[in-house]
Design a protein around this ligand. Sequence first.
Ligand SMILES: [Zn+2]
Length: 92
Amino acid sequence: MQYTYDVDTPNFECPDKLPVKDVQFYVHPSSMAVTHDYSCPVCREEHAVVNGSTGVMGPCWGCRAAGWQIKRIDRRSWWKQFFNIGAPYASK
Ligand SMILES: [Zn+2]
């Protein structure tokens, strides 16, 4: 669940920095079962879906069916992408 606080209320003080929440993440030794308490980044009502290769939490299955997904954007210019210069990540 995500809690949003209204900053227009009187005497409201916006905190400068909030601590990062820990996520409870359990992996079965066989790696065939995973459970966690991380909510879907889109709807915040269902559990997120974990990418087993990268460990990145993505939208729940319902949000994925609605078209939501996580994408990595390559912000290099077209010619740097063409010659693969300055790749921000290891190319496969
Ligand atoms: Zn969702």
